[in-house]
Structure formats: C-alpha cells, structure tokens
Write a protein that binds this ligand. Sequence first.
Ligand code: UDX
Length: 440
Amino acid sequence: MKVTVVGTGYVGLVSGACLAEVGNDVLCLDVNPEKIRILESGGIPIYEPGLEEMVARNVAAGRLHFTTDVARAVNHGTIQFIAVGTPPDEDGSADMQYVLAAARNIGRLMTDYKVVVDKSTVPVGTADKVKAAIADELAQRGVDTPFAVVSNPEFLKEGAAVDDFMRPDRIVVGGSDEQAIFLMRALYAPFQRNHERLVVTDVRSAELIKYAANAMLATRISFMNELANLAEKLGADIEMVRQGIGSDPRIGYHFLYPGAGYGGSCFPKDVKALIQTAATDANLELKVLKAVEAANDAQKQVLARKLKQRLGDDLKGRHIALWGLAFKPNTDDMREAPSLSFIHEVLAAGATVTAYDPAAMEETQRVLKGVQGLSYAKSPNETLEGADALVIVTEWKEFRSPDFNLIKQRLKQPLIVDGRNLYDPAFVRRMGFDYLPIGR
Ligand code: UDX
C-alpha cells in the first residue's frame, strides 16, 4: 500500500520504518530539511534500538523515502498518517496547531480518496476537528473529494518501540467509514500474528483509550511511590510488598516499581492533558489523576531529600557522583527526566555533580547548556573519585553489578542513594555502605 507519514519524530519514524519493513511504499514528510537530510543519508536523529538498521534497510530496498515536499507527500499515500508533535500548552492541554496544519495541507492538496489517520496523541474530539479542517479546505476549493478520518493511537515504549510496533498487543482503530476500516485492517494484517489484535471502536473511544492507558500506568507508579515512602517509615520492604500484591492476577507484576518519579514524553504530558480536557470540555475534576500528578511532582524530590538527610541541607563543597540521566534506560530522552529535578535541586544547594549515562550525556549537555557545577565522566567509575555520595537515577544494565570495593575506595564516604532499587540492601550494607534505596 502507499502510505504517507507526516512528521518524522519518534512515533512517525518508527511507524514509517515498520510499515515499510512489511512491504508498503512509505513516504515520510517533515518540515525540517536538516532532519530529512540526515534520514536520506541513512542516519537517524534519535536513539532507538534497531531503528537505524531498519531505516537503512528499507531506504536501500526503495520502500522508504523522505521529503520536505508537502504536495508530493499528500499525493503519495492513500493512507496519510498524522504523527506530528502535540506539545503541552502553558495550561497543560495539548497544542493542536501542527496536527491541524497537517490536516489543512491534506485538504488543500488531495485529489483522490484519503484515509487520514490521527497517530499523534490528541485530545478526545480531535478527529472531528481534523475532519472539519479538511472539509473546510475542500469547500474552499469547491470540490468534494471523499475522505475519512480515523484515530489509531500508538502504544510505543521508548527503547522498545520497534518491537512494540512489529509485535503489538493491540491495535486500536477508531472510526466509522467502512472503506477506511477495511484499509486499516489490511494495512495492519502483517502485525496481527496468530490472533486478532485489532480493536475497532468509535473515534472518540479510540482517542480516550490512549489517555486512559497512560493515566492508569501513571497511577500505578504514583501509588507505588507513595506506598514505598510509607513502607520506609513503617519499617516494611516495598519490594516484598510488590511481590506480594503482584501475584494477584487482577493486579499483576508489571509497572509496580517505585522510583524517583515517572518521566518521559508521555506520562507527564498525557496526565496533564487529560485533567485539562476533563476540566474544560466536560467541567469535571479528575481527582485521582490530580493526586497522581501531585504525588509524582513530590517524588521527583526524593533523591535530593534522601541525600540531604545524610549530608545536611547545605551541600556547599559537596561533590556527587550521578549514574544515569535519561528518564529510563535504552534511550537518550531527557524529557521530564527525574535526573533534571535532582541536578537542579543539589546544584541549588551548593553541590557539584559529575554524571555518567551510556546514551544521554550529549542530550543533557544540550538541555542544561550553561548550567554551572555539572560535569560528565566517560565511565561510571570515573564519576566516583572524591565524591561524597553515589546517586543512581536510571536503571541501565551496566549499573546492576558494579565493583562495590572500587566504589568504596573512590568515594569519600560510603554513601549510595539508589532511586531504582538495583541492589540487595542486606548485601550492600554488609559491604559497609550506608545504602538508601526507595521504600526498603
Ligand atoms: C509510555 C507508555 O508505556 C507507552 O505505552 C506510551 O505509548 C508512551 O508512554 P515511555 O514513556 O516510553 O512509554 O516509557 P515507560 O517505559 O512506560 O516509562 C515511563 C516512566 O515510568 C519512566 O520514567 C519509568 O522510569 C517510570 N516507571 C515505569 C516507574 O517509575 N515504575 C514502573 O514500574 C514503570
């Protein structure tokens, strides 16, 4: 099938590459010529396991192309994915200007039937706005070319996005146009594997499914973070509590790990946007989600708080070794990363920080440009020399079994604040460390 993907960000690029991988003829459009240049030359502008090879393979096979030419892009695909950004506005609601501009381009230039697919995470009701924008452009041209708008939210985890797209647990398509649903079913047939994974809904339900999924997951995390703080005070171990409740199939083991707060491009933004949509479009206060958000904001301070418990509120002259920067492993994404809250907090209290991350140091340098007191090391061990404490904020594999003897030798005092519960507390304490994990 001929497919156009508008927007070569994270979601657009993964979708485009995976759709080409199964044999479709895919053209990806972006307004940023620099990005298109990188992609055409076989590189990718983001870090995502398996994606670079997949892009290169499909470019070489002639199934994946990139362009900045809007007319060519609209003309190319019967199916037009809109996968542009929806950054949060000042009030937390999603900014729809790029989605609607993409819709208008399609309406302005299309000459035959198109299925327009909302792939970006957009507030409930957006498909209707996209439809209206396209209809308006067609009306201005005095033509009534048929088209349909469907919602097809993505459920891609960063670091596992290629696999999530190729082997989805569900594919949600919301819409009412029969021809469009028929085409979407055919497009996703190669990803079905051995049982039906396509859930067809009305368009508003599909839009809400995406927010509901992320809000539920964020709720689990905030709940566990609060419980971890409680366990700590009561002398219980949150790890045991987690295992004890996870064995109930209604609860399950996934996504119950306490930490330094959830980050990333989705959870914080989507929780905010859903609260905002409820307030403005439905005059409803989502009390649970407001608490989820407040608990997360508080949790992002947990590592600095633990550190200050040991070193005092005034961190002047203190030096901190920091392992991990990215909001989670296997990505260089720093959006809403708990490490940023930690760094700001301890620098403000007078400390200096030397950080190491396997992928996100360049990105951190970009987002924290000009920040004084932060330096970077080439390896985890290089951060340790002369530090008053080791703080761990991202659970990269390479941090999981370190040389504790060497850590002890290099640190000025044997203090580890672990925001990811990587180690067995009994073992680390027996090694002579003052070990502060989360909730144990
Ligand atoms: C998420 C959703 O999982 C995905 O389905 C959606 O499409 C986009 O948002 P992503 O943001 O890539 O994906 O990351 P995810 O792995 O879900 O983690 C989000 C945050 O929650 C991270 O900061 C992570 O560290 C934190 N987290 C996750 C916890 O603190 N505890 C957990 O048990 C799980």
